[in-house]
Every structure is written in structure tokens, then in C-alpha cells.
Design a protein around this ligand. Structure first.
Ligand SMILES: Cc1cc2nc3c(=O)[nH]c(=O)nc-3n(C[C@H](O)[C@H](O)[C@H](O)COP(=O)(O)OP(=O)(O)OC[C@H]3O[C@@H](n4cnc5c(N)ncnc54)[C@H](O)[C@@H]3O)c2cc1C
Length: 856
């Protein structure tokens, strides 16, 4: 065993072996994988071996597609078979709502270049005759599904990595990790200490314990999971003989069941409601290649549905029931990337579908380690996406919820109840008393909308407009016509201070920093010129700045800030989290209202649009920004939590004479739509350049040499390929939700445009050669050609909904730049729940296009 290496990968499951292979392929060959026992000694060996490409997050779906493509490559390099069976599979819908869900998934697939097809239950039965098609209303066929040999695949990765120069050390547990002052690691193992620049946690079932070695509690939990294998079935043999084909994979939403052919019989697995965590606090180190005792009673309700839906299986004898543990994060997606607050400590864990995702995880992580960037939009699996609130108990509740609804539909207006309330502001009880419907915003209870008095504050979940439609409309109209108040504690808030603060921010941000008492809006880009942040910044003192940003991105942004912090101690960053809360008042009467609450002049001249002041509001010390996301006249008022009730009470009392209403997050989002304002993580993501994102006026290329300036200047000089645009959609009773395809009928050449899932860091072809340019996107992005008078998919929706004040259904999305200013009718259609609806680009915001109202 070497004593010094560039990187140590801990764990020889499918994920660790994939990470090792991808690191070696990217040129880091001085690397070592350390495995406690033999390879596949965690969950990998007893997996059912199924793989598929579909995922709720289209970016994760693309990494899954990459994983499936990779198997041929590692088979060739290693000489080891993965026993790949690419059978294809169907998802079965038993209700119209589930069919709507499949229509949505199919529509998403269009711009991702996926080849799915909506089919009838009878067509599905022809491919899987064991089903009773009368239980279903429709299905979706996906040709890129199948199964493989889990052990063979893990070994193929490991052999391929070894061929490229990586070392694998077996039967050697990592017992401790200690960081040196220079940021490198001492990896203490049973066989001695290895010194490494980087450490990767691929500990699978023990990922949590490895996290604890460095003081981190990762939000990951193992669940028991069962699948059964039938005796050989004559029906299966007969089908194989008569068609010359293997039976396909089937996923049944109702029963939360998956099934496929295994030898001459059937494998059927369940995600049962009465699910059971395994080793919820500590994973025993001596757990090895053993299975857990099967518990047929626990899966009996799922089997009952399964046998009804697939009567052909009921007749077969059960040969074996496998029960094994594997890990999940709160939302079922992996935890990948560098851990905020630590140097060179990386994660690739909570990979619940290692054989669908392992390749993509390995590629993204190796890009990140070797080139400083994952090369894809990996937010959906970034380890930074959960906050401190994701404690052991919170994780336990959420993982159980996620497991038991693994194949359930999540409606766009559906808030899930487990582990709530976690964080609350001092106004929580007041908001409940006001009949607020609350939502979870990065672990914080936040009012979404207010139900009329006497009605139950509850969403009726739906893909269509629902019971919140009327009340949100009232909130918007009352705010726009008079004045409204809403909680904004769910923004991220930071203070950056010190003699180096201004230079630091100028280096990170694309806009100039404001003068004392003024505010700017500014994107942040990475060195590849891609959007990684969008902030409101106020200069609050000579060496002091307040920053507000996206709540969900707090750890993501802190990781970036810390990475670029000068080493000389000249800059300090403080993240407030919920130690600073806020209220926003907006609408034409908001100034009159504020004036009643303060003892300073807040007239237009004294307190201008984009001004910042510290002032007492209702007697409480507050910071006030003259800005609001509603795009109206309005203010953001920030205070310590101890003052929030006082300020809210003062606002309510003083506001009564102006007709003040409470409004929630959904009204706020509706109002931002009619102003064409973007949202972070929907419109603005690390796959778009700032000019693509139509953020032109916030990019000051001439100001100083900020990170990503060169790439942004290039984008500007060459012209962005895509543009973010707003649409008015001729919708009926359902608005867009995001990820819908945008169709166009154009008779002109707009060039070839790809959905940019990948960017920046190099990628490699099957032979290990680096691929650049459009080829790099092959298989990872749908390529649209030149459109010539035919209807084609030319773009995708990022978000939208109903803009209540202007009474229009609106959407934002990306289209080729050449089409971005074409407001003609009849040019675009947006697919909503499988129906294409006419849509028209709306360059100027329909509400207050000149911005006069917010400036007065
Ligand atoms: C019953 C069942 C069915 C499944 N079916 C499927 C399926 O059909 N498709 C699919 O994609 N996935 C399936 N899975 C999930 C799949 O098994 C996991 O996604 C995958 O195994 C995760 O791999 P991993 O490498 O992250 O973790 P693991 O396989 O748990 O590997 C972690 C490794 O790290 C080692 N290790 C841990 N700590 C240390 C240490 N301190 N020092 C040294 N070594 C250490 C362990 O010994 C272990 O070998 C199934 C799982 C189960 C239980």
C-alpha cells in the first residue's frame, strides 16, 4: 500500500469503483480505493440490478442516460461482462392523474432527446402478458431500461480503473480521518496511514459514519428493501420462445412495485408504505455479505395490488425473498460534491440507484475534483442542497416519507408533511391563525397563501388550477391596488465585512458594488461564465455589505464564498440564516404605510428606489431596502426575530386604513411573473450564461477582472445562443409548471441549439479521449436542427403560472436567441399536460413595463 496518493476513495461499492474509474480516466492515476472487506460488501451485491433513465430532475435524468451508455465502455476496457439486458420498460398509470404525470414526463423527455412513447394498456400487455390491462388507463414506454449483474458491473469498473493505473486495497477499514494544517488528509486505516490531498466518501451504508469522522452529519439513512424471485414460470418461457424476446420491465405506480424477468421467472420489488429504516443511528462495522430476514407481512399490501394487477405472477411459487439495506437522502437523489466548511473532502453517497446513477455520479465528481467544476448542472444531487436542519431525526422522517412514495406523483402544488414544522419564525402561530396554508422553504415554514375564513387551509392537489386560484388572485389584486404584507424570512442573508470586502465582492460579482446606502442587483458567474448566483447587495457601511439571495442555495453559495476568501483575513462572512427575519410591504399605499411606522422621512426624494437605510420600524431596529420582488412600490424590512411580532403588529394596525392584506409566496411569485422577473434555480442555473439569462444590464464587463469575466465577454462578443424569454400562453385550466417543451413553427434558420446540461469542464469519449464542442453534448443534450416551416421543439419552459393582476397565463423559458424577440402570434406553442397551447413572446413585462410604479 502506498503511503502518499493524490486521492483516496473510501468504499468499493459500485459508486466508489465508478468514481475511481472516472478519476483515473480524467488523468489522476495516483489514486487509491480502500475497501473494508471485499468489493461490493455494502448494498451493491444484492441489488436487483435494474436501471432506467427517467428522473424527476431532468439534469439527473441526463446523468442516468450517461450511466447506461457507459456500460459498453467499461466492458470493453475491463474485459468483464456487466450482463447487460436492455429490455425497455413501461410505467403503468391506473388513474387519469397518473396518466397526466406520464404525459408530463413524456413532454420533458422531448427536449431531453429521450425516446419515450405513450401507449395503451393493451400495447403494454403485449410486451408483458402477465398483467391484467383492465387495471390501467395508459402507459409510457421507455426503451432505455433494463437490468444487469450488480457484482459484475462493480468489478468491471474496478478492473477498468486498475488498467488505467489506480490502486485498490481490500480488507482494510478506514478508521479515522484527520486534516493537516495545509488542508491535506491523513487517512488512518487498519493497515497504516495514507497521506492524501483529497478524500472521497463512497461509504454507502457507512457514509454517515465516515462523515462523522470529519464532524459532519450527512442526511442519509439506510432502508430495508425487499424483492421476491419466483420459481421458473411456463408463461415466461413461452413468451421468450414465441417472441424471441425477454419480458420488459414494468413499474406500477399504484402498488409502488417494479417487476422484470429474472432467468425463467419474475423478480418483483416493492416500496412498501410500512417501510423500515435499517440501523437508524449507527451502522455496525461487522455487517457484511448477509441479508436481512424477509418480512412478508410488511409487503403484503403491495403484493395484494401486485397480484391483482399482474395475476400471471400470483400463480407462480415464490423461490426466494431478498431483503437488504440501501441508502437514501431526503429527496431520494444522491449527495455529491465537496462538503461546505471542509477542504478537499468529497462525497458520492446516498446513491439509491447505483446502477442507474453511478456512472453519472462518478463523471460529475471526477470533473469537479480534477477540473474544479462538475461540468453539468448537478444541483439536484449537490451535497450542499440541505441545511443544518436536516438532522438525524429529520432525515429519518423524510427518508421514510420519500421511500413510501417512491413512485407516487408529486403534484406541483403538493407540500409533503413529514418532519414539519422544523424551523418556524415568531409569526408561525399568527400565520396559522390567519388561515395560512404553509409550505416548506429550505426547512422553514413559510405562508404560501391564505384560505378564506371558515374554509380549511389546505391545498387540493392537482395538475390543474386549484382551490388557491381565487384567494391568490384576491391577494394580488389587493396588493397591487392598495398594499399587502408578506413574510420573507426564507431569503438567504449574509453580511460581508472587513477592509477587503468591496474588492472581494467586485471579484465575485458581475455588477459594480453600490455606494453606501444604495443597493444593486447582481448575478455571480463561475470561471466558465455560467450563472451560479443572483443577489441583492446593499452597502451598509464603509467596509460592510448585506447580501440577500436564494435560501436553498445558502450552503452552495457559502462554499463558493469560502473558496475565494482572501487568506489574509481581510474579509469576514456571516450567514444569518434564521437569526435575521423579514417582512415585505408592497403596493401603491406601502409608502404611506411605512411613513406611519417610522420617524424619518421616507418620501420619494428622501428614500429613493434602491436605497438602503437602517431605521426603527414600529419601534424596532430594522434594515429597510426600497425594493420588492413584486415589482411594485415596496420595501423589504429586516429585523432580529425578537422584533418580528412587534413589527408585524405595527404594520397590521397602521395598514388597516389602507386596506392592507396578507399575501403569501404564491402571490409573490405570480406578481414577479407579470414583471418578467426570473427566479434562481428555475430561470437562472449554472447551465446558462448571463446573457442567455437576459441579465445583460447587470453585467459590467468593463468594471474589473471578476471571476468569469473572460468567458462572459466571449459570450457577449459572440452573442448568446439562447435567450430567456417570457410568454403569454393561451392556457385553459392548467398553467405551465416548468420543463414543458416549447414548439415553434418557423421558416428561418436559427442554427443548432442544445439544452446545455453540460458545459465547461472537459468530457471524454469511450476511448478516454477528450471531447469538445457540440460532440461533448452528444447523448447528453437534445440537438434541435434548423426549422423550416414545420412545428418542432425549440426550447423549454423553466417556470410559470397564472399572472393574476394582468389575468394571463405566463411562462418563462429558453429559446434560440434568433427567435427571442419575435412577438408574432402563431409562432409558438407550449405543451401543457400533453396539449399544445398557443403562446406568444412578450418582450416587455405586462405589468408596469416602464417600471414607473416601483420608482415613484
Ligand atoms: C434489495 C435491494 C435492491 C436494489 N435494487 C437496485 C436496482 O434494481 N437498481 C439500482 O440501481 N440499485 C438498486 N439497489 C441500490 C443499490 O444497491 C445501491 O444504489 C448501490 O449499491 C450503492 O452503492 P454504493 O457504492 O454507494 O454503496 P455500497 O454498496 O454500500 O458500498 C459501500 C462500500 O464502502 C465500504 N466501506 C464503508 N466504510 C468503509 C470504511 N470505513 N473503510 C473502508 N471501506 C468502507 C463498504 O464495505 C462497502 O463495500 C438495491 C438495493 C437493495 C438493498
Amino acid at each position: 500500500m502506498k503511503s502518499h496518493v493524490k486521492a483516496v476513495v473510501i468504499g468499493g461499492g459500485v459508486v466508489g469503483c465508478s468514481v475511481l474509474y472516472h478519476l483515473a480516466k480524467a488523468g489522476w492515476t495516483d489514486i487509491m480505493l480502500i475497501e473494508r472487506s471485499e468489493l461490493t460488501s455494502g448494498s451493491s451485491w444484492h441489488a436487483a440490478g435494474g436501471f432506467h433513465t427517467l428522473n424527476g430532475d431532468p439534469n439527473v435524468a441526463k446523468l442516468q442516460a450517461y450511466t447506461v451508455q457507459l456500460y459498453k465502455e467499461i466492458e470493453e476496457i475491463s474485459g468483464q461482462s456487466c450482463s447487460l439486458h436492455l429490455t425497455g420498460g413501461v410505467m403503468m398509470a391506473d388513474t387519469p392523474e397518473r396518466m397526466d404525470f406520464l404525459r408530463l414526463a413524456h413532454a420533458k423527455g422531448r427536449y431531453l432527446g429521450m425516446d419515450t412513447e405513450l401507449i395503451t394498456p393493451s400495447e403494454a400487455k403485449a410486451m408483458f402478458p402477465l398483467m391484467d390491462e383492465k387495471n390501467f388507463v395508459g402507459a409510457m414506454w421507455d426503451p432505455v431500461e433494463g437490468h444487469l449483474d450488480p457484482s459484475g458491473t462493480t468489478i468491471a469498473y474496478s478492473k477498468a480503473a486498475k488498467k488505467l493505473g489506480a490502486e485498490i486495497v481490500l480488507r482494510n477499514r478506514v478508521v479515522d480521518l484527520t486534516q493537516q494544517p495545509d488542508g491535506t488528509w491523513n487517512v488512518v486505516t487498519e493497515q497504516g496511514t495514507v497521506h492524501a490531498e483529497h478524500v472521497v466518501n463512497c461509504g454507502g451504508l457507512w457514509a454517515r459514519e465516515i462523515g462523522r469522522m470529519v464532524g459532519v452529519e450527512l442526511p442519509v439513512l439506510a432502508m430495508e428493501h425487499m424483492y421476491l424471485l419466483t420459481e421458473p414460470m411456463p408463461e415466461v418461457e413461452e413468451f421468450n420462445k414465441s417472441t424471441g424476446r425477454e419480458m420488459i420491465g414494468v413499474l406500477d405506480f399504484k402498488g409502488e412495485i417494479y417487476t422484470r424477468q429474472e432467468r425463467n421467472g419474475i423478480l418483483l420489488g416493492t416500496y412498501e408504505k410500512a417501510c423500515k429504516p435499517w440501523s437508524p443511528v449507527n451502522t455496525p462495522w461487522d455487517f457484511g455479505h448477509e441479508l436481512l430476514p424477509p418480512d412478508i407481512d410488511r409487503i403484503a399490501p403491495s403484493l395484494e395490488i401486485g397480484f391483482k394487477h399482474f395475476p400471471g405472477i400470483e400463480k407462480a411459487g415464490i423461490k426466494q425473498i431478498i431483503n437488504g439495506p440501501f441508502t437514501f437522502a431526503l429527496d431520494g437523489n444522491p449527495l455529491v460534491g465537496p462538503v461546505q466548511g471542509l477542504t478537499n473532502f468529497w462525497c458520492a453517497c446516498a446513491v439509491m440507484a447505483g446502477f442507474s446513477q453511478g456512472g453519472g455520479v462518478g463523471l460529475a465528481l471526477s470533473n469537479w475534483m480534477v477540473h474544479g467544476d462538475p461540468g453539468f448542472d448537478v444541483w439536484g444531487m449537490d451535497v450542499a442542497r440541505f441545511g443544518e436542519w436536516a438532522s438525524l431525526r429529520y432525515t429519518n422522517a423524510k427518508v421514510r416519507e420519500n421511500y413510501s412514495r417512491r413512485f407516487s406523483i408529486r403534484f406541483p402544488n403538493e407540500e409533503l408533511p413529514a418532519a414539519r414544522p422544523a424551523q418556524t419564525t415568531p409569526l408561525y402561530d399568527t400565520m396559522l391563525a390567519n388561515n395560512a396554508v404553509m409550505g416548506d422553504s429550505w426547512g422553514l415554514e413559510t405562508p404560501l397563501w391564505f384560505a378564506p375564513k371558515g374554509t380549511e387551509p389546505k391545498d387540493i392537489v392537482s395538475f390543474h388550477r386549484s382551490n388557491d386560484f381565487g384567494p391568490i388572485g384576491e391577494e394580488v389584486r389587493a396588493t397591487r391596488d392598495k398594499v399587502g404584507v408578506t413574510e420573507i424570512a426564507n431569503f438567504a442573508k449574509y453580511e460581508v465585512s472587513g477592509p477587503g470586502a468591496e474588492d472581494f465582492l467586485n471579484r465575485l460579482m458581475t455588477n459594480r458594488m453600490p455606494k453606501v446606502g444604495r443597493i444593486v442587483l447582481t448575478p455571480m458567474v463561475n470561471e466558465f461564465g455560467k450563472l451560479i448566483g443572483d443577489f441583492t447587495i446593499a452597502k451598509t457601511g464603509e467596509d460592510r455589505f448585506m447580501i440577500w439571495g436564494s435560501s436553498a442555495a445558502q450552503k452552495y453559495h457559502m462554499r463558493w464564498f469560502e473558496k475565494h476568501l482572501p487568506k489574509d483575513g481581510s474579509v469576514r462572512i456571516h450567514r444569518f440564516d434564521q437569526t435575521l427575519v423579514g417582512l415585505s410591504i408592497a403596493g401603491p399605499k406601502s409608502r404611506d404605510l411605512l411613513q406611519k411606522l417610522v420617524d424619518v422621512d421616507v418620501s420619494t426624494k428622501a428614500f429613493r428606489f434602491m436605497d438602503f437605510r437602517e431605521m426603527a420600524v414600529g419601534g424596532a431596529p430594522c434594515m429597510v431596502n426600497r425594493i420588492t420582488y413584486t415589482g411594485d412600490l415596496g420595501y423589504e424590512i429586516w429585523m432580529a426575530p425578537a422584533y418580528q411580532r412587534l413589527v408585524y403588529k405595527a404594520i397590521k394596525e397602521a395598514g388597516a386604513e389602507f386596506g392592507l392584506v396578507d399575501f403569501g409566496m404564491r402571490a409573490l411569485l405570480s406578481m414577479r411573473l407579470e414583471k418578467n422577473f426570473p427566479t434562481w434555480f428555475r430561470e437562472l442555473r449554472p447551465i446558462y450564461g448571463p446573457f442567455e439569462g437576459s441579465m445583460d444590464r447587470f453585467i459590467k464587463l468593463e468594471k474589473n477582472d471578476f471571476i468569469g469575466r473572460e468567458a462572459s465577454a466571449k459570450e457577449h462578443a459572440e452573442g448568446p445562443k439562447l435567450r430567456r424569454v417570457s410568454f403569454i400562453v393561451d392556457a385553459i385550466d392548467a398553467d405551465v409548471m416548468g420543463d414543458e417543451p416549447i414548439w415553434a413553427k418557423v421558416g428561418k434558420d436559427y442554427g443548432t441549439v442544445e439544452k446545455p446540461h453540460g458545459y465547461g469542464a472537459p468530457r471524454f469519449d469511450g476511448t478516454g479521449k477528450e471531447v469538445r464542442g457540440s460532440k461533448a453534448a452528444e447523448g447528453a443534450s437534445a440537438v434541435r436542427g434548423i426549422v423550416d416551416g414545420e412545428w418542432r421543439v425549440v426550447g423549454w419552459v423553466t417556470s410559470g403560472g397564472y399572472a393574476h393582476y394582468v389575468q394571463k397565463s405566463m411562462a418563462q423559458g429558453y429559446v434560440p436567441a434568433a427567435l427571442a424577440e419575435d412577438e408574432s402570434a402563431g409562432l409558438f406553442e407550449i405543451e401543457i399536460l400533453g396539449h399544445r397551447r398557443p403562446a406568444r413572446i412578450n418582450v416587455e413585462p405586462p405589468f408596469d413595463p416602464s417600471g414607473e410604479k416601483m420608482r415613484t
